[in-house]
Design a protein around this ligand. Sequence first.
Ligand SMILES: Nc1ncnc2c1ncn2[C@@H]1O[C@H](COP(=O)(O)OP(=O)(O)OP(=O)(O)O)[C@@H](O)[C@H]1O
Length: 389
Amino acid sequence: MLDVSRSAAHLARQGNGHAGAAPFLRVAGIDKHFGSFQALSNVTLDVEAGEFVCFLGPSGCGKSTLLRIIAGLERQNAGTIHSLDQDISDLPPAQRQFGILFQSYALFPNLNVRENIVYGLRNRQLPASEIDSRLHELLELIDLKGSEKKYPAQLSGGQQQRVALARAIAPSPRLLLLDEPLSALDAKVRVHLRQQIRDLQRRLGLTTIMVTHDQEEALSMADRVVAMRDGEVEQIGTPTAIYHTPRSLFVAGFVGKMNIFPGHVKAGRLTVGSLAFPVPAPYDTPENQGDVLACLRPEQVRLCAPDATASGEILPAQVTHLEFLGSFWRASLIVPALGNAEMSADLSSRDMADLPVAVGDHVGVCLPRERFAVFPLAQSGQIREAARS
Ligand SMILES: Nc1ncnc2c1ncn2[C@@H]1O[C@H](COP(=O)(O)OP(=O)(O)OP(=O)(O)O)[C@@H](O)[C@H]1O
């Protein structure tokens, strides 16, 4: 087995085994400016051993700068970086022993697959037999056995990126840093490689940080997502927490579509149109008082026959537009009880088979109260910001 696996398992025990033990990586209070431009402000986060963490955010929010600071390729203006108990804030990149993979494959075109992969081992003075066994193990891991004599030009983009990945992990890095490694690839290859990288990372237990601006990539790959905006950390959480309980309207809009209604909170109750119910957790905070924005994802909206509206829980609505999006349908609805606000409902093929709807149909809509996210009215500009990203 590769050293990387042994060391990661060892680190995982160190990182998770003792209560109160230092995390594998602790980034604390990082500031970075380029001239008068503040690229990062007080960025603080922990990464545990064996974790896959994604930095997610729009172009220019500082993801790559933060990754480069962690790698030691860029110097922070303030703040510290610790790995376990060691302060690595001022260590040069080579001494951090981190593997880095960038968007462009950056393979040496004049070296074959074998030479590219073992390039990172050149200073290790390893016996040829050990280099060979490591090479074959890596080729198996990236599913490119038998390709060692090929040159980069003879490989597809996805294969080249897998070779670059093998080259990055060949020297058994303590931490793998991936900067948009999939963005140069076409959509199908990207999805396939996404899974391969994740499988490989899990198998090796290799602590990994990946930068991406693609929310689907981050949500599908990460153990935890660090959502960033304008050089600051907006939220850190599991993909499900980021998606279902976003902490700001920016995060809510960046990771998926939201229906947004004007609402009002008084004495712990949220009023949206003719609906009134207790503010759902975790949004029952002191900031959510008075005028607010009440948000619900389109896939949370349920449609039913119009005669069900008599129950009071279900609101009458009319379908104004219907769009087929392959794996689901998106219906636009007008709901008089919500002040004739237009809203979207995403319907699976099964939903459509159970209750076929057409433009102009009168239907009932059910809005699950516990699924509403609530934000202060002052955040209303963030939805445009997230949509522009
Ligand atoms: N060397 C530099 N000199 C001046 N400004 C820089 C430098 N590097 C980055 N910046 C600026 O800092 C901000 C953050 O850049 P960074 O590359 O970290 O963003 P990002 O979130 O990774 O975006 P992208 O996804 O487009 O790469 C940007 O506004 C960028 O123009």
